[in-house]
Design a protein around this ligand. Structure first.
Ligand SMILES: [Zn+2]
Length: 212
């Protein structure tokens, strides 16, 4: 599961987190705030970056990453592997356009085709949202939102947030997209941290990528 971009022939290193996964050495990651900010990393340095929910890097010795515990992790690379990004796709960030801002920052560094992988997140089996969340997503994703939902309780829907992330990538004209199957973080017994299942104090999954 952790080698989907390499399997497509991209000369990058990357990993989607599980509960027991470690962090690569020299990793740099932003302070996530569920926004649309992007930080561009061009050199090694201390781990902590500023506030952002997407991190773009073109240095081959510096892995960059984001953390999640049910939100959608999105890793993107140029086909030549020289520019990479990790994007934190929660519903707030997706509604606000974090994928668009992350992809735009990537395109400032490369004209190559972009390839994306969508990692483990709370699936439609476990991710129930209410009307305000759907309203927020509806502004940007009206074309696909109905197809990504099925009814639960009154005023609530089960939502396939990965499908929303997929649509966000397509809107940003990234069409080579891989969605990892069978990777719901919140299902009972799944080998992931999940806020939905375990509460807000649970751990976080680290997802990282490093340019080749
Ligand atoms: Zn599930």
């Amino acid at each position: 599961m952790s080698e989907s971009l390499q399997a497509r022939g991209l000369p990058v290193s990357h990993g989607f987190g599980k509960r027991d996964a470690g962090a690569p050495k020299s990793l740099r990651r932003p302070h996530q705030v569920h926004g649309v900010g992007v930080v561009v990393v061009r050199e090694p340095g201390p781990e902590a970056l500023g506030e952002a929910d997407a991190v773009v890097c073109n240095h081959p010795q510096v892995p960059v990453g984001i953390v999640t515990a049910d939100c959608v992790p999105i890793l993107v690379a140029s086909r030549d592997g020289r520019v990479v990004a990790a994007i934190h796709g929660g519903w707030r960030g997706l509604a606000a356009g974090v994928v668009a801002s992350g992809v735009a920052a990537l395109r400032e560094l490369t004209e190559d085709e972009l390839v994306a992988a969508i990692g483990p997140h709370a699936g439609p089996c476990c991710y129930e949202v209410d009307t305000p969340v759907l309203d927020a997503l509806g502004e940007r994703f009206s074309a696909i939102l109905a197809a990504a939902c099925r009814p639960s309780r009154p005023g609530h829907m089960w939502l396939d947030l990965g499908q929303v992330a997929n649509a966000a990538l397509e809107q940003a004209e990234v069409t080579a997209i891989e969605r990892l199957p069978d990777a719901c973080t919140a299902c009972p017994g799944a080998p992931f941290f999940s806020v939905r299942r375990d509460g807000a104090e649970t751990g976080r999954l680290l997802h990282w990528i490093q340019a080749g």
